[in-house]
Design a protein around this ligand. Structure first.
Ligand code: PSU
Ligand code: MN
Length: 304
């Protein structure tokens, strides 16, 4: 086992006994939602995964240790510290580990640590992507690069239109990352079930998701797989309403010169304020929905 990795006793025993395990990220806790909803959601997501018969492994860097499986206290700690914790993508890991610091893991780093621990599937809300205006800013999330090189299945609710969805799909195509729609052939746009863009393949059951991922592994392709799971109908938001909030947020970020890793957290917080908190409610429900699908798929993955 990697010397920097620390697997919690519950996760370790599940992995050793061939039980299904689902990884979870921690940037969504520290930077993606406000306290205390962030901690409540993180714990609820863990419970949901347990109810579906799998073991949750929330991932973070704590005191320079790469942790797979956090205690309630550790989740509470990251949630309270919020944006004061370093948002840790691939490039942040060396210094955080060497200096024994804390880091909340993005999709990219959660994939890295999950893979080190032997966890094949990971549930989250949204992934990073190609930002609008990237043709001049070059703001492209390291999540996309990670999906091309680390063999973990990422279950998300699609990409929200703070990103350029068309360019995000082009980038994933170039990098050879399969984009799967769960029970849909349209790419879901996080808060809404529709985006106007098509996914590469529609797959309708957790068993078939597991089979596709397994085939990718058997061929030694090494890349990840992006599963996009639409927000449940009853929680989906009106596209015109949410997109106008997003447009306003993107424009304000541009005027204020927000850039780099601050962009995504800024936009999420802004959209939440502009929708009077409605976007947060939708966000929580879609994460729970992704956790359920990931847990069900994990149960098939272990039998393959
Ligand atoms: N999108 C969301 N919620 C989030 C994030 C993205 O709807 O919390 C977080 C995830 O951790 C993702 C990261 O990996 O933001 C991407 O940040 P960046 O665009 O700076 O790579
Ligand atoms: Mn970025």
């Amino acid at each position: 086992m990697n010397k920097h990795l620390e697997i919690s006793p519950e996760v370790k025993s599940a992995l050793e006994n061939g039980k299904p395990v689902v990884a979870l990220e921690s940037t969504i806790i520290s930077h993606g939602m406000p306290y205390p909803q962030n901690v409540e959601t993180a714990l609820l997501v863990e419970d949901t995964i347990r109810q579906e018969g799998a073991v949750p492994a929330t991932i973070a860097v704590i005191g320079g240790r790469l942790k797979a499986g956090l205690t309630k206290e550790e989740i509470e700690y990251l949630g309270k510290k919020g944006t004061a914790v370093t948002k840790a993508s691939r490039r942040d890991l060396p210094v955080l580990v060497a200096q024994k610091r804390d880091g909340a893991t993005t999709v990219a780093t959660t994939m890295i640590i999950a893979h080190l621990a032997g966890i094949r599937i990971f549930a989250t809300g949204g992934v990073g992507g190609v930002h609008r205006g990237a043709e001049t800013t070059m703001d492209i999330s390291a999540d996309l690069e990670e999906l091309s090189r680390t063999p973990v299945m990422v279950v998300c609710a699609g990409a929200k239109s703070i990103l350029d969805l068309g360019l995000t799909l082009e980038y994933l195509e170039t990098k050879g990352v399969p984009v799967i729609g769960y029970q849909t052939s349209e790419l879901p746009a996080f808060y809404t079930r529709v985006s106007g863009y098509k996914v590469d393949y529609r797959i309708d059951t957790p068993e078939d998701l597991a089979a596709a991922f397994n085939a990718q592994q058997e061929m030694g392709l090494k890349s990840g797989m992006l599963v996009t799971n639409p927000i449940p109908e009853e929680w989906s938001m009106d596209p015109a309403y949410i997109n106008s909030a997003i447009d306003q947020a993107v424009e304000e970020a541009r005027q204020k010169g927000i850039h780099g890793k601050e962009t995504t957290p800024f936009l999420l917080a802004k959209v939440k304020n502009l929708t009077g908190g409605d976007s947060l409610k939708a966000n929580i429900q879609l994460v729970l929905n992704n956790a359920r699908l990931a847990a069900r798929t994990a149960r098939y993955l272990i039998s393959l």
